[in-house]
Design a protein around this ligand. Sequence first.
Ligand SMILES: NC(=O)c1ccc[n+]([C@@H]2O[C@H](COP(=O)([O-])OP(=O)(O)OC[C@H]3O[C@@H](n4cnc5c(N)ncnc54)[C@H](O)[C@@H]3O)[C@@H](O)[C@H]2O)c1
Length: 391
Amino acid sequence: MFKVQTLNNISVNGLERLPRDRFEIASEIQNPDAILVRSADMHKLEIPASVKAIGRAGAGTNNIPVAAMSKRGVPVFNAPGANANAVKELVLASMLMTARNIPASLDFVKKLDGDDKAMHEAVEAGKKKFVGFELPGRTLGVIGLGAIGVKVANAALELGMTVYGFDPAMTVQNAWQLNAGVHRALSVDDLMSKSQFISVHVPLLDATRGLINAERIRLMKKQGVILNFARDAIVDEKAVIEALDEGRLHAYACDFPSNALKGHPRVLATPHLGASTGEAEDNCAVMVADQIREFLELGTIRNSVNFPEAQMPLLPGKTRLCIVNENVPNMVGQISTALAKHHLNIADLLNKSRGDLAYTIADLDSAVPAEVAGEIAAIPGVLATRVIVGR
Ligand SMILES: NC(=O)c1ccc[n+]([C@@H]2O[C@H](COP(=O)([O-])OP(=O)(O)OC[C@H]3O[C@@H](n4cnc5c(N)ncnc54)[C@H](O)[C@@H]3O)[C@@H](O)[C@H]2O)c1
């Protein structure tokens, strides 16, 4: 039995991925093997020595002491992309709402008064102020073709838009998902100059802070719409408001309200709702529970923020030795020497590294005696070891 401690309410769909005959799950539990967390701050918690893995049912891991866990040889897992569809749908809704002037038209309706006849007359007289435009044939530029950007780009193509994308560091997996009809922009400036709609889906980094600035907004086509469902500081809010006020931009849709944006007639601001769906929460919990289960049962690693990816099937009858060590020379040599000394044959071996950490999975033809595991654990630079028996 593995013990899993939950620090927040984790979606039932996620917890159901950990069968009760193999996993005991509780918010209060002694010596947990793993911790599942959403937003609870773990920086001030004493994390028991028994913890072998931490799973964050979400994307960001700021609430987890990742560096300290790396030093202990503990992988931290997250759920990248689990909320991508939720964000994509809000971006699409915002494109349609800005193109059809829905926020201003809803305000107009809210302020109508008089009897129904008077109201109908006011509607017919007033509706011409809200004439919009349709999406087919319009151009969308997507900056950042990750989990969300790829979904937005593909969906916009389906709506009949011309789509340009820019991402100099796109992963192969995301490239596989991207519709071949999406055109490649050569730079952010190139993309901005070709697009009427711009949607940013990059992380907030030094390199992306203020990415959408006054000069770049000037490059956009007329009646431009900027969509920011990534992070507030990626777009220069002051430059956007100026462009809106001067009529160079049609609208700004974002998930990050501020005093400057609040109440602006051409701003559609949602209260950080991008990932706020039941489905996104479920997806996060399911993904992270699956990854924790695989790690505890098989020692394999998917979507860790501090460990390398490590996948290898565990065949019945084999014994798996998992070793976390500092990424320094001659670690695999010392491990295989220790195994050879005890006449243990390696049937399969995987060694991956990431930054300062390396992870080795050695599948052996026979059981690993406790003294051998102890000898390997005592090699300087080894941070954690685990023995798993194939079933
Ligand atoms: N509004 C919300 O509630 C909400 C929800 C989820 C994510 N987000 C934000 O959306 C961002 C994107 O999420 P994701 O899941 O698609 O992330 P992701 O990691 O899958 O994709 C990010 C992509 O941006 C690219 N990139 C980085 N710097 C770039 C640059 N300078 N120019 C072009 N591309 C660049 C990367 O190569 C990567 O492909 C997140 O970082 C987060 O800030 C917001």
